[in-house]
Design a protein around this ligand. Sequence first.
Ligand SMILES: NC(=O)C1=CN([C@@H]2O[C@H](COP(=O)(O)OP(=O)(O)OC[C@H]3O[C@@H](n4cnc5c(N)ncnc54)[C@H](OP(=O)(O)O)[C@@H]3O)[C@@H](O)[C@H]2O)C=CC1
Ligand SMILES: O=C(O)C1=N[C@H](C(=O)O)C[C@H](O)C1
Length: 239
Amino acid sequence: MNVAILGAGAMGKVLSGTIEEQQDMSLAGIIEPRNGEKLHDIEGQVDAVIDFSNPNNLEMLMDYCIAKSCPAVIATTGFTLEQQQMIVDMAQQVPVVFAANFSLGITVMKRVLEEITPILEDTFDIEVIEKHHNKKLDSPSGTAKMLVGALNGQGTYEEVHGREGNRKRGKEIGIHAVRGGTIAGEHDVIFAGDDEILEIKHTAGSKKIFAAGAVKAAAFTQTAGPGLYNMEDVLFGDK
Ligand SMILES: NC(=O)C1=CN([C@@H]2O[C@H](COP(=O)(O)OP(=O)(O)OC[C@H]3O[C@@H](n4cnc5c(N)ncnc54)[C@H](OP(=O)(O)O)[C@@H]3O)[C@@H](O)[C@H]2O)C=CC1
Ligand SMILES: O=C(O)C1=N[C@H](C(=O)O)C[C@H](O)C1
């Protein structure tokens, strides 16, 4: 299959290397919108577009994928609620895999959190700490938001970002974003109880894990009908 990449930044470059290593995949093109390049500039067959770029490029991605009936793998984070709705609408017409994190470890971590949170939530305080490189634009990370969604499925907790000031801790989940150096991505969920702490933590050793997951997602779209899918669907076949 021929895959186009939207975004020639850090992830776009790692992903192009990963695609070139695949036996049954080739790179149809890598598009950098900041240089005025457009998906429609790509000549030849495109079987899926993988987007690791910026929310500002969503309209270009939608226009192209709908016009060409081309599946999309959306890895970009930091979309507004309105843009997330645009992705839902787009998925009525073409297969879309949309996930804040394409690693196997985080996909499993989300499942683990959904399982254990109901057991712990009445007696343990929950805090989320994420750490990323100093080039990252959006905070907190898309993954942290997704994990908080799993922790706070019923919406019973106040979500407190970067706590400061003087007040007692309430029924809340604290969310903290650290930025520095070249950290590929770390997500730590802390359940703190009386005299005991349970931590569930994922550390990305490099950006390659996200590229590998995105390639799996692109392959998944080739046999999927129009619809919105996540990494659980890709890795565990939930749909
Ligand atoms: N779902 C997942 O598993 C993962 C998701 N991501 C997400 O992928 C996205 C890209 O990450 P990464 O490659 O590290 O980021 P980079 O900043 O290295 O690359 C982003 C690309 O998008 C371009 N871009 C940036 N701002 C704009 C803008 N305002 N309008 C148009 N284009 C823009 C950049 O151009 P320029 O260089 O000129 O700024 C660059 O080419 C991020 O949203 C990140 O959170 C990252 C890793 C894993
Ligand atoms: O920008 C990054 O680098 C990453 N972004 C994603 C996010 O916002 O969660 C996924 C991963 O943590 C790396």
